[in-house]
Design a protein around this ligand. Structure first.
Ligand code: 7GP
Length: 847
């Protein structure tokens, strides 16, 4: 590449090359420069925000040079790249991560210049600066956070990889709790965001609506899609630094804008002011908000528009990059691996086929061989990851809506389906029903496009996210496809988390202690090295330090609880945590019913008996989708129980019930290290994997859980004696549900007492909670709350007993951490790279 630049220019660039800071002095100089010149402030008005801004800009400068070099290197070598398409990237804060990954957090510690510039009463320390940053909350829950962990691992392992997503103006809403109820407040996060780079020169025109016309061109009939509306996609790039490597990958987020400028001046000049603004606003609406549903699909037109807008812009970009290499089309799967994060980007399959056939003029069959990577083996183009078996989350779009919005795509979907069904018919000539079952078009009223089926037909590999989940998709929702394609198309990649953020950043003291026993920080890049901890379990001093760190983390959380809720909790209590999206299948209702049971038991005791009880703090957190009424009732019940229990003088410290407002990534970083036991208690077979279970164990907490998702593999790794499992098994769920519906459904007597207490009005107006109770008593108890209640309560008693023996408890925690190596997202990415993408790492030289 360099050779194309004339010698004198090249020399001038080299001579003037930017040198990044490497020490405290260099860093402080940069901070002062940014405060003065970039922010146009002085030492007299340098507040916390300015300190954050200048620190970020200084680290950002460092990242940019690495980022540029990484991109140049990847372009020059032109090896296969991974494109991770995800509607959600739940990134959290960037500054701390950038400092740690670059390896220079120490130079920022102390912040000498800002300390001097700041007012006397402000003790400027780096932790306060970090807290100024607004979370980048472009996601709902597990699916979006997984994408963020994967980006961290892709960069750390030096894979040439890009993320593609949407730049929502509003991320997931901010949750406030008012009078015990959730209230949603918009999350405007873009006020000052130093981590994104607008690329006003990288734009794509995206079309919608209109009609398809046939034209003949040299004896060939081609389809021409005449647009009804055109919207412009503008790229915003976010650098993704790897840990301890110069590799800095790119996350490209698309923002929507009216095509052809701000607004239609013609209309404006003709006096049609309202309509000129309306067009602009309609265009900008596409990337305006993240849909706030987790594990639920609502089938809204704007959502489909978002999907196509993002997919079309990303594919245009990918194809443009591929075409620069002047290779032949059948090398496309050799250069490009596209991972579909759930079915949201499935239209990418259709869009690529459209580009190849309509725009590039390829024959249908050749184009389809390229799309499905059957053109030459083993080359992989599309891979599809499924994240849920919940029927309400499986995406389906009405045929009429697709026809209206994307007329040409509907034709292509019908053709893909036709050829697919013909091949199925050939393979299963005696099975008429299979065609109905596997058709991409569901013959319902109205007809629907089944996105998961389209994703399977167009992908080379389909994976689930934990062993049980991957087995379940093969035996339930995608069973017929295993028959059709054989089992090899389906695989498992158990989820993982990045230890950089979820151990080193969230729990720096524990990370240091571990490093001192594991021969340094290498475990952050090879998490299996944690196994060296096990030989130190007998070391009393080590166990003591371990316990001290946990206690300090609990003190920090207790302070946050006091500051935000006013409730004082004793850090010596057992901290019992359930933080995740609120959902009936995740069963926060089971947890709060269990808490009520504990409260009633305590109330029934004599003061002497009470003295022998173990104090507990039950901590909840999580957002409910704004339209999910039952989830909101669950939040209300938790807060109502807290309001009664927390001021009950008979109870005191023995039980506190806390609901933490606005759970998000940065709060998770504070909460995970402070947990003694965390709850992962979904109805067996419903939680695809779960990833917070991994975060809690990695931070030295134990878990209580069902035999579901990754809990099963965590148990296998850490040993059955280090986890508190309870409840019915996935294989029995169907029979139990059937028995509820058709047999007499006797409810657990202890749970019945809990319900009676709620109905007596102990926790406020009973009517507020009647639907929650009725779901169990009268509507079939779909989530098996009653079936699992007894086992749940008993297992919590085992937790109490185990916690009394602190020495053994700490030993269990250390043993568990030492065996968590498998759950790093680095292992996931290596598995994807090998089995699904067929890509190799590419090293970038250090400067
Ligand atoms: C989640 C699953 O519920 C969770 O079990 C898993 O750990 C996570 O994905 C990452 O694989 N699913 C979603 O967040 C979701 O919205 C519907 O799935 C598409």
């Amino acid at each position: 590449v360099e050779a194309s630049i004339p010698e004198p220019q090249r020399e001038a660039w080299k001579r003037n090359q930017i040198t990044s800071f490497t020490d405290k002095d260099g860093f402080e100089k940069e901070v002062v420069r940014h405060v003065e010149t970039t922010l146009a402030r002085s030492m007299f008005n340098c507040d916390e925000i300015a300190a954050y801004s200048a620190t970020s800009l200084s680290f950002r400068d460092r990242l940019i040079t690495h980022w540029n070099r990484t991109q140049q290197r990847q372009t020059y070598r032109d090896t296969k790249r991974v494109y991770y398409l995800s509607l959600e990237f739940l990134m959290g804060r960037a500054l701390d991560n950038a400092m740690l990954n670059v390896g220079l957090k120490n130079v920022a510690q102390g912040m000498q210049p800002l300390r001097t510039f700041a007012p006397d009463d402000w003790d400027c320390i780096i932790e306060d600066v970090i807290k100024q940053e607004h979370d980048a909350a472009l996601g709902n829950g597990g699916l979006g956070r997984l994408a963020a962990c994967f980006l961290d691992s892709l960069a750390t392992l030096n894979f040439p990889a890009w993320g593609y997503g949407l730049r929502y103006r509003y991320g997931i809403f901010k949750q406030e709790i008012i009078d015990g109820y959730q209230v949603e407040v918009p999350d405007y996060w873009l006020d000052f965001n130093p981590w994104e780079f607008p690329r006003h020169d990288v734009t794509v025109d995206i079309q919608f609506f209109g009609q398809v016309n046939k034209k003949t061109d040299g004896g060939k009939t081609i389809s021409v899609w005449e647009a009804g509306e055109i919207v412009q996609a503008v790229a915003y790039d976010v650098p993704i630094p790897g840990y301890d490597t110069p590799t800095t990958n790119n996350l490209r987020l698309w923002s929507s804008k009216a095509s052809g400028g701000e607004f239609d001046f013609q209309k404006f000049n003709n006096g049609d002011y309202e309509s000129s603004v309306a067009d602009q606003q309609r265009a900008e609406t596409i990337s305006a908000v993240l849909y706030p549903n987790d594990n639920l699909e609502r089938g809204k037109e704007l959502r489909l528009k978002q999907q196509y807008f993002w997919v079309a812009a990303s594919l245009y970009d990918i194809v443009r990059r591929f075409k620069k290499s002047r290779r032949s089309w059948n090398e496309f799967p050799d250069q490009v691996a596209i991972q579909l994060n759930d079915t949201h980007p499935t239209l990418a399959i259709v869009e690529l086929q459209r580009i190849l056939v309509d725009v590039e003029g390829l024959e249908w069959d050749l184009a389809w061989e390229i799309v499905t990577s059957t053109v030459k083996r083993p080359l992989y183009c599309f891979g599809y990851t499924n994240h849920t078996v919940l029927p309400e989350a499986l995406e389906k779009w009405p045929v009429g809506l697709v026809q209206h919005l994307l007329p040409r795509h509907l034709q292509i979907i019908y053709d893909i389906n036709l050829f697919f069904l013909q091949s199925v018919e050939k393979a299963f000539p005696n099975d008429r029903d299979i065609l109905r079952r596997v058709s991409i078009i569901e013959e319902s009223q109205p007809k629907m496009v089944r996105m998961a089926f389209l994703a399977i037909v167009g992908s080379h590999k389909v994976n689930g996210v934990a062993e049980l989940h991957s087995d379940l998709i093969k035996t339930t929702i995608f069973k017929d496809f295993v028959e059709i394609y054989g089992p090899d198309k389906f695989t498992n990649v158990t989820n993982g988390i990045t230890p950089r953020r979820w151990l080193h950043q969230a729990n720096p003291r524990l990370s240091e202690l571990i490093a001192s026993k594991c021969g340094g920080k290498d475990f952050l890049k090879d998490l299996t090295l944690l196994n060296q901890l096990e030989k130190h379990i007998g070391d009393k001093q080590f166990r003591k330090e371990w316990a001290e760190i946990k206690y300090a983390n609990k003190v920090r959380l207790a302070k946050h609880i006091k500051d935000t809720t006013g409730v004082v909790v004793n850090p010596a209590s057992l901290f019992d945590v359930q933080v995740k999206r609120i959902h009936e299948y995740k069963r926060q209702q089971l947890n709060i019913f269990g808490v009520i049971h504990r409260y009633l038991s305590l109330k029934a005791m004599t003061p002497d008996q009470r003295k022998k009880q173990l104090p507990r703090v039950s901590i909840f957190g999580g957002k409910a989708a704004p339209g999910y009424w039952m989830a909101k009732q669950i939040i209300h019940l938790i807060n109502s129980v807290g309001a009664v229990v927390n001021k009950d003088e008979d109870i005191g410290d023995l039980l506190k019930v806390i609901f933490l407002e606005d759970y998000n990534v940065s709060k998770a970083e504070m909460i995970c290290p402070a947990s003694d036991i965390s709850e992962h208690i979904s109805t067996a077979g419903t939680e695809a994997s779960g990833t917070s279970n991994m975060k809690f164990v990695l931070n030295g907490g134990l878990i209580i859980g069902t035999c579901d998702g990754a809990n099963i593999e965590i148990t296998r790794e850490i040993g059955e004696s280090n986890i508190f499992l309870f409840g019915n098994l996935s294989e029995d769920v169907e029979d139990l549900r059937h028995a509820h519906t058709y047999g007499s459904h006797a409810i657990d007597p202890d749970l019945d007492k809990v319900f009676n207490e709620i109905e007596k009005g102990t926790f406020g107006t009973p009517h507020d909670f009647s639907a929650m109770i009725a779901a169990v008593r009268h509507h079939g108890d779909y989530y098996l709350v009653s079936d699992d209640f007894h086992s749940y309560i008993e297992t919590h008693q085992l937790v109490d007993e185990a916690y009394r023996n602190q020495d053994e408890w700490v030993a269990k925690c250390i043993t568990s951490v030492s065996r968590m190596g498998f759950f790093t997202s680095d292992r996931c990415i290596n598995e994807y790279a090998e089995e699904i993408w067929n890509v190799e790492p590419l090293l970038v030289d250090r400067h």
